[in-house]
Design a protein around this ligand. Structure first.
Ligand SMILES: C[S@@+](CC[C@H](N)C(=O)[O-])C[C@H]1O[C@@H](n2cnc3c(N)ncnc32)[C@H](O)[C@@H]1O
Length: 287
């Protein structure tokens, strides 16, 4: 994307001195809103999954089997292109508004592929989607949104139960760095025009660190302009657990999963401290 991304993996590169030099604006009080308020702007921020990210998940599906479960499927940014490649994808999300966007994306698939993408409302900690899966995964930081260690443990245990013996469980997150404890602010003057209304959309983002919970809190303020007139303003608040590689790996083991690989990029380079991603791929024991 040409605009500054809200992706925390991109954030860390510019947090710190630059933000401090600009002088931080007073942040609005942090409220966890869930993703409903952002559903119709989410796809303006994040283009449909393609390139190395898509190839990574497709590669895991070719290796493990075609029945996929995405936990925190959102607008089906990843799931729809996987269905287009011929995989059978079930996506679970707790946001009704995100699922409506996902359903619209499914409707845009060729008719013969629409049945390959099933969408269900549910919580990744407890959901019981129909079927058995070869791979259950939480892409794009969804795992870090879980509110606490018990929620993450519950999610991994649930995923382990939902895949066949020998099936895979994977998360795509990032390893926290000291920069993630520094406050930050960014302004995106022009994100894009809203596809429904043509309104110009801007985004302001406030980042703060919750030391007690060791989480990074983001408040995104989206503003919609019809010409010069502000016609709508919406807030998305979410927080991400700040975890190390070893902590994520320990959570996999505590859920009874064997660790198969820890990658640092979508092209499967081994993870190191400077890697942009932390992709942990585990396996349920058995065959
Ligand atoms: C950052 S978005 C990622 C969406 C999609 N995977 C992607 O790559 O664009 C995180 C999604 O996880 C969902 N989510 C957060 N906590 C959840 C939970 N406990 N159970 C199910 N979905 C959850 C949110 O509603 C949101 O749609």
């Amino acid at each position: 994307m040409s605009v500054r991304s809200a992706d925390p993996r991109v954030q860390e590169a510019r947090r710190g001195p630059a933000a401090a030099a600009q002088g931080l604006r007073a942040a609005p009080p942090y409220v966890d809103t869930g993703y409903d308020p952002a559903a119709d702007v989410y796809d303006l921020e994040y283009a449909e999954c393609c390139g190395p990210e898509l190839e990574f998940w497709a590669g895991e599906a070719r290796r493990l089997g075609a029945r996929l479960l995405e936990l925190g499927v959102g607008t089906a940014r990843i799931a729809a292109p996987l269905a287009r490649l011929g995989f059978e994808v079930t996506g679970v999300d707790r946001s009704a508004a995100m699922l409506r966007r996902a359903a619209a994306r499914r409707a845009a698939l060729p008719a013969r592929l629409r049945g390959s993408l099933r969408l269900e409302r549910g919580d990744m900690r407890t959901c019981r989607p129909t079927g058995t899966f070869d791979l259950a995964f939480a892409g794009f930081n969804s795992y870090l949104l879980l509110p606490d260690a018990a929620g993450r443990r519950g999610t991994l245990r649930n995923a382990a139960r939902l895949v066949r013996p020998g099936g895979g469980v994977a998360v795509d997150v990032f390893e926290a760095t000291p920069l993630d404890t520094a406050p930050d602010h960014e302004d995106v003057e022009f994100l894009e025009c809203h596809p429904g209304t043509g309104w110009r959309v801007t985004r302001e983002r406030f980042y703060s660190y919750d030391a007690a919970a060791h989480r990074g809190q983001s408040t995104l303020v989206y503003r919609f302009y019809d010409g010069p007139t502000l016609v709508d303003e919406r807030r998305l608040g979410y927080s991400l657990a700040l975890l190390t590689r070893d902590e994520v790996a320990a959570e996999f083991r505590a859920a009874g999963l064997e660790i198969e690989a820890v990658y640092g990029t979508y092209d499967r380079s081994s993870w190191s401290r400077t890697s942009p991603n932390l992709i942990v791929v585990g396996r349920r024991p058995g065959r």
